[in-house]
Design a protein around this ligand. Structure first.
Ligand SMILES: Cc1cc2nc3c(=O)[nH]c(=O)nc-3n(C[C@H](O)[C@H](O)[C@H](O)COP(=O)(O)O)c2cc1C
Length: 222
């Protein structure tokens, strides 16, 4: 079992978000998972320019470090997505990665995976703006969300230690969910709705998006 942690704070080893991502990965390792951590701020990932070629061909044409990162994402059983709150959302680095995954949402390509989302913020409670955003996005990519964890750095070291402990337990839960192929009934219902929505969308654009149309046909969709 492989779990990939992604941190999107540009503060490298000073990042508080990184500490929480690491705590989740430690929890996952304690239950036997293999883990890898990527600092996406060190990668050269260009903006999506909406050329639509990924819809047509199933592959982005840009030759940058997204390709290798995406391979890691797609071969992982579980993901840990970490970002600080930057003006009510994820950092630009995380958003850039997400934007490059347009084909992923159309084809629900994270189906079968499980995710834990992690955030920190300066303002009390504002980490929730990020965890809620990531929960929604990862579910919309097709991944189950095992849970999320966040903390405001303003709450002090005790609150942070408590968050680290909860993050560790979420890492354990993530590993157990993957082993048990846990079904989250409410999330499954949303996934089914998304699948129907995207299958219909792709069908409407079948001449422009041949790869995606073939994909859904192959797996018994449109
Ligand atoms: C450009 C920028 C924007 C920020 N915007 C917010 C914000 O809207 N709300 C908030 O609570 N904290 C905000 N913060 C504070 C960070 O979320 C907080 O310091 C976080 O813990 C940093 O995480 P890191 O140590 O992993 O980099 C912002 C910080 C920066 C640098």
């Amino acid at each position: 079992m492989k779990i990939l942690g992604i941190n999107a704070s540009p503060r490298s080893s000073n990042s508080q978000t990184l500490k929480l991502v690491k705590a989740v990965l430690n929890g996952a390792r304690s239950k036997g998972a293999g883990t890898e951590l990527v600092d996406i701020c060190k990668l050269n990932i260009e903006f999506c320019n909406a050329c639509g070629i990924c819809y047509k061909k199933g592959k982005c044409v840009k030759k940058d470090e997204f390709q290798a990162l995406y391979k890691k994402v797609m071969t992982a059983d579980g993901l840990v997505m970490g970002s600080p709150n930057y003006f009510r959302s994820v950092t630009a680095q995380m958003k850039t990665m997400i934007d490059r995954m347009a084909d992923t949402i159309h084809c629900q390509l994270l189906t079968g995976k499980y995710t834990v989302n992690v955030a920190t913020s300066g303002g009390t409670g504002q980490y929730k703006q990020v965890t809620e955003y990531l929960n929604e996005i990862m579910l919309n990519f097709g991944s189950f969300v095992t849970g999320s964890i966040g903390v405001s750095v303003r709450q002090g070291p005790k609150a942070f230690e408590n968050a680290e402990r909860r993050a560790f337990r979420l890492g354990e839960d993530l590993t157990e969910d993957i082993s048990a192929k846990r079904n989250y009934t409410k999330q499954r219902r949303i996934m089914k709705e998304n699948t129907t929505y995207f299958q219909n969308l792709v069908k409407m654009h079948k001449d422009d998006w041949p790869h995606e149309y073939k994909y859904w046909n192959r797996i018994g969709g449109s």
